[in-house]
Structure formats: structure tokens, C-alpha cells
Write a protein that binds this ligand. Structure first.
Ligand SMILES: [Zn+2]
Length: 538
């Protein structure tokens, strides 16, 4: 007699698991290479198995337990599952991957699948907004196709995604199980992996028969700043929970995309999976799409120009309590920008009000020049920001105030009057106050500090900074550029389609091509509105 908790033929199920994860910013001149993955997160075999236990650490310095630990728990709780570690690779958001890097990642995954022997199923943690130089289809579609070829036609495939992923037919159709995060900022990585594993195992045991429906929405921005627990998006996630109380509904997912890739079919998406009821999946996908569509019309917060922001700081009563935070919205390192914006420094050098300012800037060439100078030395240098980022050159004469080389990066503090510039060898993420404390500065005593992140820093600066102004500066993560981008298939907010259904049909049929070649040297100024966006793949 076949035991129900075992796999086909009464033996344990064998399920491979791994990750290829990256979120790309198409306009960053910093290409992503194999070294970025190897330095950040690259584990396979036994090391991956250890990292994905409850005692292990899956993603060092981010999450001790992420998707693959969640999956391993689902396998353990189900019993009778042999979870086979393949390979897991992740790099922090940055520019597109080189082709060489992508081939290395995919070939490595395929080789491990082939070496694993016969697998009943496979689970991959993916992002959904990867981008590869010179590749005209969604990288995740290529990954799934290559893995399917390696594992054979009978295996069941599951994948999880960041809710900032961009769905397309080759991705959806390749999968038996598809789930996405439901939180932004993301905290639910492990629960997402658990849900994927649970659905996959039940499908392999014949306990459920997942079928799905999905819709694409002609929206690239909206929903406020896309925080899941705040209006208006909160209503969509609550609706999804309500739908899932129906035992026939296996999963619901809502994708709000990362708007800074070059995918021609960029747009929000919803996905509904039911247990063998395709008509129900179709009906609920329509309802979910309708809910999501209704949340799009939330205006962007007021965006300040740099000079306007300095004026606001100078006149703000808040700066007596702590620094005003200027969020560099167009150079968000956490969204893949390089962090080499020089415009704040340029404006502060012109500003005569003596503002005590803390500004990080990525400039590896300037870093090389000053890092060998002793603390106390006076230096003169031309600051140009990230190479290829087309920033204004700023000539500085200042004193080396401090140096630091920690897990927050290599940086040198240059003091120019009351201005403190952190010249960084790597893209800066000054989320934690210790970023500046390691450079001998108490951030509380500043009038302003520049952030390269939208949200996370607020957790660490909750008692330091009480006023937050988003500032635009013409970098790689410009929401304004996205808002005015021209599309061959109209999308909100640059167009205002009366209904989502026409866009849904067109976007699902379009599939992925690239809307523009990667520009290694993005032009500055209004031309960044990028009319080429209306001409996919050149
Ligand atoms: Zn995300």
C-alpha cells in the first residue's frame, strides 16, 4: 500500500531548491558581475543546506531566515521529503548583469540540477526584475526554461518572487506554483518560501491540482509609496487574505513592479491559483485586478529640487531637534542606483548659510586619490561621482577628517567648512547612524543628512531625524522619468487609460522585449524622460 505522505511509488519525494536573485536598475552604469554575487551571497550543496536550517543564517546581514529556510521548513513538516540543496546566489540591487555573469549563474544552476539525479520537483526563489545586458527576454523566463530542460517534463516547478517583479507569460506558464511576497518593506521572505514549498509538496502528492489565472495592469507607478500596511494598498492585501479563506483558493499574488528596468511590458500584475477550478481563478483574477486598479491614483509626495530642499532645511524648526533627512529619491542605492550624485555637494558649496550637512557620494576615483592621505591633510580634488553617471564635476578643497573600512564600505570623510562628505569606494547605504559615527560624526548634531533609501533608515533614525523631504536630482531611480515615460501601450501615470482590460490584453501578449538599450552614460536633464521608451528593443 502506498503511504499518502510519501511521493510517487511510496518513496520520499526529492525536491531541489535554490535561488537566483537580483533587482536591476537599467540606468545604473555599474554593471553587475559574478564578483558581486560571490561577495554578497553564493552558497551551494551542504553549505546551503546548513544555512537553511533554523539554526543557520541564510542571508548574512539581511535575514537569518529567508525563502529557502521557509521552503526547508515546509519540507520538514510535510515529512517524507528529501530536500536537495542546489545553489543560491544573490547580489544587492545594481545595474544590469553582464551576459557572462548571467550565463555563470544559469549554467551553475543547470549543472547542479543535472547532478542531483532524478527530482520530482524544484523550487526557486527569484526576484522578477532581473536585467541582463543584451538579453531581449525576461531573464527569469530563461532561467525557468533552462531548468525545465534539465529537470525533465514530468517534474513540478514552483517559484517565489519579490512583489516588485514583472510578470510575463513565459514566467507564469513555466510554473505550477507561483507566489510572491506580501509585504513592503519586505519581511515575509521565509513565509513566502514556506507557502511555495507547501503548495509544491501538496501538488506532488496529488492533494491539490493548481491551475491559475493572471492579469496585467497598465500601471507602472501608484499606490502611494507602495507600503503594504498603509492605504491604499492595504485594502488589496486584505482582499487577497479574504479570497484565500476559500479552501478552493491556493494562493493570490499582487505585483507592483520595480519601475526602473527596461522591460517593455512593465506593469502591475495579479495572479490567482485555485485547486482545479480555472473558471474560479479567472473570475477572482478579474476581481483582484479591479481592486488593484482602483488604488493607482495616489499622487506622489511633493518632490523638492535640491536648492529648494536646502531652503526648507534652513527655515525648518525641526532641525533644532535633529537633522532633516533629504531622501535622494533619484539616486536610491537600495533600488539599484549607484549613489554617485554630486548635486547636493555642488549646491551646498554654493550655499552660504553654513548648514552642517552629511552627504555620502560614490566616487571610486576620488576615493583612490584621498585614501592614501593621512587624517588632517588638506587635499584638493575634482569630485565626479560614479564613473559614467554624468554628474556635475565639483572641485573641492578640504581636510581629511576620518577614514573607515567596515562592512558599511570603504570611505573617507572630507571636511569643507561645516560640510562632511563621505567619499565612498562602494555605493553608500547610510541607513544606520553608525555609518556616520564610524567616521567620527554624531548625526544628531547635523542640520541635514542625505539618505539613499526610502524607508528602512527611518527605523534606525527614529529618534534622530523627524523631518523627511524627498529630493529629485536626475539620477538612475527617477520617479519623474517613469511618470512621464512614453509607452506604445499606454500606462498610468503618463497616460490615464479608462480601463485596465485593454492594457491587460496588450501587455500579456507583448511579452518581454527591452524598451531601450542600457545607457552606460545617462544624459542629465529633461531628456531623461526617454522617448526611446516607446520603441521597445530599439
Ligand atoms: Zn522588492
Amino acid at each position: 500500500m502506498i503511504r499518502l505522505d510519501l511521493g510517487r511509488g511510496g518513496r520520499p519525494l526529492r525536491i531541489g531548491y535554490g535561488r537566483i536573485f537580483h533587482e536591476a536598475c537599467a540606468d545604473s552604469p555599474l554593471l553587475t558581475t559574478r564578483e558581486n554575487f560571490e561577495r554578497m551571497h553564493h552558497l551551494d550543496g551542504e553549505a546551503l543546506a546548513r544555512a537553511t536550517t533554523l539554526r543557520g543564517t541564510e542571508l548574512k546581514s539581511f535575514f537569518p531566515h529567508a525563502e529557502l529556510t521557509g521552503f526547508a521548513q515546509a519540507a520538514r513538516l510535510a515529512g517524507g521529503v528529501d530536500a536537495v540543496p542546489l545553489v543560491s546566489s544573490l547580489a544587492i540591487p545594481s545595474g544590469p548583469l553582464t551576459r557572462e555573469c548571467f550565463d555563470w549563474l544559469v549554467d551553475g544552476m543547470v549543472q547542479r540540477v543535472e547532478r542531483a539525479g532524478r527530482l520530482d520537483g524544484l523550487y526557486l526563489a527569484l526576484h522578477g526584475s532581473m536585467e541582463v545586458l543584451g538579453l531581449d527576454e525576461a531573464p527569469e523566463a530563461v532561467i525557468l526554461r533552462r531548468v525545465r530542460e534539465a529537470v525533465g517534463p514530468d517534474a513540478t516547478l514552483a517559484a517565489s518572487f519579490d512583489l516588485h517583479g514583472n510578470l510575463s507569460a513565459p514566467i507564469v506558464d513555466a510554473l505550477d506554483v507561483l507566489v510572491a511576497y506580501r509585504s513592503n518593506p519586505h519581511w515575509d521572505l521565509a513565509p513566502t518560501g514556506f507557502r511555495a514549498g507547501n503548495r509544491l509538496i501538496r501538488a506532488l502528492r496529488g492533494q491539490i491540482q493548481p491551475v491559475h489565472a493572471w492579469r496585467k495592469l497598465p500601471v507602472v507607478l501608484g499606490g502611494g509609496i507602495n507600503i503594504d500596511f498603509l492605504p491604499p494598498l492595504r485594502s488589496v492585501f486584505r482582499f487577497m487574505k479574504r479570497l484565500e479563506r476559500d479552501p478552493r483558493v491556493l494562493s493570490t499574488s499582487f505585483f507592483t513592479v520595480h519601475p526602473f528596468t527596461s522591460a517593455a511590458d512593465l506593469g502591475w500584475a495579479v495572479h490567482v491559483s485555485t485547486d482545479g477550478d480555472p473558471a474560479l481563478a479567472e473570475r477572482l483574477a478579474d476581481q483582484l485586478a479591479e481592486r488593484a486598479w482602483a488604488t493607482r491614483r495616489v499622487p506622489l509626495p511633493k518632490l523638492y529640487e535640491v536648492d529648494e530642499a536646502l531652503e526648507a532645511v534652513a527655515t525648518s524648526p525641526w532641525r533644532r531637534l535633529g537633522p532633516v533627512t533629504l531622501v535622494d529619491a533619484d539616486d536610491i542605492v537600495g533600488a539599484g542606483a549607484p549613489g554617485g550624485n554630486t548635486r547636493f555637494i555642488e549646491a551646498l558649496m554654493r550655499d552660504g548659510r553654513g548648514l552642517r550637512a552629511l552627504v555620502p557620494v560614490h566616487d571610486p576615483q576620488a576615493f583612490e586619490q584621498v585614501s592614501s592621505e593621512p587624517v588632517g591633510a588638506t587635499v584638493e580634488l575634482a569630485l565626479r561621482g560614479t564613473p559614467g553617471y554624468a554628474q556635475p564635476e565639483v572641485t573641492l578643497r578640504g581636510t581629511i577628517g576620518a577614514k573607515s573600512d567596515s562592512d558599511l564600505g570603504r570611505r573617507v570623510r572630507l571636511d569643507i567648512g561645516p560640510l562632511r562628505v563621505a567619499i565612498c569606494a562602494e555605493p553608500p547605504l547610510p541607513i544606520h547612524p553608525k555609518y556616520w559615527r564610524e567616521l567620527g560624526v554624531n548625526p544628531r548634531e547635523a542640520d541635514l543628512m542625505v539618505q539613499k533609501n526610502f524607508f528602512h533608515y527611518r527605523l534606525f533614525h527614529a529618534t534622530t531625524s523627524f523631518r523627511h523631504l524627498p529630493v529629485v536630482s536626475r539620477g538612475a531611480t527617477s520617479l519623474r522619468s517613469v511618470a512621464v515615460a512614453e509607452w506604445d501601450i499606454p500606462r498610468y501615470p503618463s497616460s490615464d487609460p479608462p480601463d485596465w482590460r485593454e492594457g491587460d490584453r496588450a501587455l500579456r501578449a507583448a511579452g518581454r522585449t527591452r524598451r531601450q538599450a542600457h545607457a552606460p552614460s545617462p544624459p542629465s536633464g529633461s531628456e531623461r524622460g526617454s522617448p526611446s521608451r516607446s520603441h521597445p528593443a530599439g
